[in-house]
Design a protein around this ligand. Structure first.
Ligand SMILES: *Cc1c(COP(=O)(O)O)cnc(C)c1O
Length: 432
């Protein structure tokens, strides 16, 4: 596998971008080695600048649920772009998009379109604070909600305290209103919230986590958060930027039958172009400018080309049949990986939901950030490179979810399982 062109480009990129990349996890820092520069992608496959092909399980970190360069999506983008790429005025595709989103997620009584998941979360939480007149936000360790200052906080192991920033450049005063609880621990969450119940504007959660690897909510956890919010007057915000239109046509909220007050979306709804959305209760969304006093705006929001890509993608994915297929593929892959690992005597956990899964080298179930961090990252690093050498491109970190698309067929899954079997055997040999 020659990687000359990727190496050359990365050397050049390091002189241009911090760490040679425009988003940190792309740099391969948690697995070592050089990132691949991708020249093209089609269906389930990526091709790098050296001409190597890979079965792709990153899927641009979620958006490419219909597969890369799906002809219907490409056609929609081309046709729409030919009519003008941005107007800075209302256009019909925004209305179509909003109707599609509302049809599948009835909790969205009003919504606002933005350009990224980060922006969607910032808008939703500002609306929650504006509506409630309260300052505090409760989040969970290991959940990622974009890179807004006050959300770059996760508690140190087991610490249930006021936030401490994870990033330089975030003054402590900006995170003083951020509370961090352990995922899946309702008792700890209630205890943390109790002294702040009159100040709590929102509880924000990934209803299925994708950002510490794939971690499923324990039965009763999300229901408990709904009750906590009802009891305190805080708004329940489901961050479905990753799970929306992936785990179920109606998102995790439909899958679990829980109605959040606000929802954030992104990734899939842009079909590979930059889109985000936030929305929910009409009385809350009425607070958003120009109807209300919570300011939020965007030069390119509701961009017609992005709407076209998103609508074409939603058309392909948002049917029960498409989702049944995607779930079946994901199940085959997750169960297959657990099986070949077991045969090689590697102790792993492979949690999954429709269209997403992850691999933890751990002997016990992963329920929260501490469990995820306790898994053997070093083994994942080895596994990642073994898989890459066999033509399978996994997320370059043990703490990210793998994404399956409609374009992953029986062939790709069988090939992936063969590569996994050989990779586990190699690891088992090395570790005695
Ligand atoms: C990706 C992600 C975000 C941030 O979205 P961007 O488009 O990268 O800004 C927010 N929340 C969740 C759950 C995500 O997975």
């Amino acid at each position: 596998m020659a990687l000359k062109q990727s190496e050359k480009l990365f050397a050049a990129a390091k002189q241009l971008f911090p760490g040679g990349v425009n988003s940190p996890v792309r740099a391969f820092q948690s697995v070592g080695g050089h990132p691949l520069f991708i020249s093209r992608a089609s269906g389930a496959y990526l091709t790098d600048v050296d001409g190597n092909n890979y079965i792709d399980y990153v899927g641009s970190w979620g958006p490419m649920i219909a597969g890369h360069a799906h002809p219907k999506v490409v056609e929609a983008i081309q046709d729409t772009a030919a009519q003008g790429t941005s107007f800075g005025a209302p256009s019909p595709l925004e209305v179509q998009m909003a109707k599609q989103l509302m049809r599948h997620l009835p909790s969205l009584q009003r919504l606002r379109l933005v350009n990224s998941g980060t922006e969607a979360v910032m808008g939703a939480l500002r609306a929650a604070r504006g509506f409630t007149g309260r300052p505090k936000i409760l989040k969970f360790a290991g959940c990622y909600h974009g890179h807004a200052d006050y959300l770059l906080v996760k508690a140190g192991s087991g610490a249930l305290t006021h936030g401490r920033p994870d990033s330089l450049g975030v003054p402590e005063s900006l995170v003083e209103h951020t509370l961090v609880a352990p995922y899946n621990d309702l008792a700890a969450t209630e205890k943390l919230a109790r002294p702040h119940r009159k100040d709590l504007a929102a509880v924000i959660v990934e209803p299925i986590v994708g950002n510490m690897g794939c971690v499923l909510p324990k039965p009763g956890f999300l229901e408990g958060l709904r009750k906590l919010c009802d009891a305190t007057g805080a708004l329940l915000v489901f961050d479905e930027v990753m799970t929306g239109f992936r785990v179920h046509p109606g998102g995790a909220q439909d899958l679990f039958g829980i109605r959040p007050d606000l929802t954030t979306l992104g990734k899939v709804i842009g079909g590979g172009l930059p889109v985000g959305a936030y929305g929910g209760r009409a009385d809350v969304m009425k607070c958003v400018s120009p109807e209300g006093g919570v300011y939020q705006a965007g030069t390119l929001s509701g961009n017609p080309v992005a709407m076209a890509a998103g609508l074409a993608t939603l058309k392909l994915i948002s049917t029960p049949k498409a989702h049944a297929k995607l779930l079946h593929k994901t199940e085959r892959l997750a169960k297959g990986i657990a099986e070949v690992a077991q045969r090689a005597r590697c102790r792993v956990q492979v949690p999954y939901a429709c269209g997403m899964l992850s691999l933890f080298f751990s002997g016990r179930p992963v329920e929260n950030l501490d469990d995820a961090m306790a898994s053997q990252g070093a083994l994942f690093r080895r596994f990642f490179h073994e898989m890459l050498a066999r033509g399978v491109y996994l997320p370059p970190s043990p703490y990210e979810a793998w994404f399956v698309s409609l374009a992953h067929g029986e062939n790709e899954i069988a090939k992936t399982l063969r590569a996994a079997k050989d990779s586990f055997l190699t690891l088992a040999k090395e570790n005695g």
